[in-house]
Design a protein around this ligand. Sequence first.
Ligand code: SF4
Length: 403
Amino acid sequence: MSTATSAPSPAGFAEPAPSALLLLGRGVDLASERGVECVGDLPSPSDPDLVERARVARAALGDRAFILGHHYQRDEVIDFADVTGDSFKLAREAAARPDAEFVIFCGVHFMAESADILTSDTQQVILPDLAAGCSMADMAAIDQVEDAWDVLVDAGVAESTVPVTYMNSTAAIKAFTGRHGGTICTSSNAHVALRWAFDQVGGVDGTGKVLFMPDQHLGRNTAVLELGLSLDDCVVFDPRKPNGGLTTEELKAARMILWRGHCSVHGRFSERNVTDIRAAAPGVTVLVHPECKHEVVNAADMVGSTEYIIRALDAAPAGSVWAIGTELNLVRRLAAAHPDKQVHYLDSTVCFCSTMNRIDLPHLVWAMESLVAGRTVNQIVVDADDAHWARVALDQMLALPGY
Ligand code: SF4
């Protein structure tokens, strides 16, 4: 993401410069994760009839609509979800409902794009609030990624590099991955995807490379903890610096070229949080998401995807004590679902995913009532060429061992 700068105004005050992030309500950028559009009147959050309006609209849509709720969504939205899950599970669930005319995706923009790619042309994917983007996905713009590939070409390493892209990316980046013979991965199968990618260029013990985007932490944690590579095998490509801030020699020596991106929620957990919770809750098992920093994952007892975290809590014995390092909405629901266990949040100062939380009941009601009235709103449509190549990369993931 580019850094905002300021220029002096005629009065001598610094004018705010164009920001990488659009301010809410100030514009729309449908080509990226950034955008705001909500034509018509939103119901008031304090409307006492809001839940009833949601029930009426949901009943009126019936089987014409299928509502997906990501694990990090608010309870008020999850209450109306037909299915909950992580991003890829939800996209597959949408694809498995070809009769649903409308897929209402209560998640963030890249997830709705994936659903549009995997569903048929006759289905419409709706994102109730277009401001529900993902800061991580926005950290890898397609122009930046294409420039980075040119750097690899100039360094003479592109031919021995396979792109592996996390689901949390725009459709354009997924398409880039498909065009360059790579694969998509999730936080559940990143180790399988990395092994496959290295196998395309001589194996994990060879000299080939992976360009991992956009989450440096998932890439590093997987390469080091699951594939046995070293931290010295990893370099970070910073798209804001010339040549990614790397020399040709560094690129040639690297095995993992990690895009400089991270999750603004998981990236906030610290090693200190782990130390503190161990002191506060003796016997605690610390379980974190692999989007956390490497030192946090190292300090934790267990690491895994949201689905893994849910299964671990389900399987845990009564009386066990847990500290969970992932999004707060999910941890709160886990605590409520397991009253026989102590479930702590790893850091009480880490907040919800703010963009995910843009989807609230007023937006869901607005989207459903609009559909009932015959007006499609906030439809997410991926460009046909990007959709084709993104599908190639997604299909490669589905063909990985274990899928
Ligand atoms: S939790 Fe992180 S990766 Fe997930 S949508 Fe929010 S910012 Fe993006």
